[in-house]
Design a protein. Sequence first.
Length: 196
Amino acid sequence: MLIKGLKYIIPCQSELCSRKPTDTIVKEQYENISKVVKSCLRDNNVVFSNPRGQQAFSMLEELIRDVYSKPIPKSLMKRARDEYQIVRSIQNLLKQRPDIIIRRTDKSKVFYIGKRDDFERKSREYMEETEAYEQIIDQRCPLADNLRAVQTLLDFLVDRKVLPKKKKPYLVPKLDELELAHYHGFPKTHKVSCFS
């Protein structure tokens, strides 16, 4: 988010960041939002090609056009400029200081900012201590092997009639949601040993 820029004040994007014409921005925003909505409706077997659905999507496009065409209040514009400058200064700092790392913490919406060396050292220590994680060094992802092992186990349980056949589809991992567990640990900077 910090590297690409802060973009949550949507009406200010066109005036602060973008060199594109307003019509192009509106069209892109509409395409992105409507694509997600249509996908969700399709997943839930909801018909959106009827006149009521078409009216809803045309209203969505009008709403987006209104957001970009109405003048922005001066206070919001000032705030957007100030925050944009803060983000730019952080981006410049990160380019100049490769020894600094910024990571989002797992369970909250705050950032961890610290020395890259401290982060790597503490991560290595934690991984060695717990033996819960394994670093992938050879660039070969073990995910396919893990998937095959799970599928083999489920087939075995179904063959032995330990698991009902109709329950198996609920336990088989979904390929589009499958990923390895990631280590998100952060050095405990309030502890003295962290700075030694």
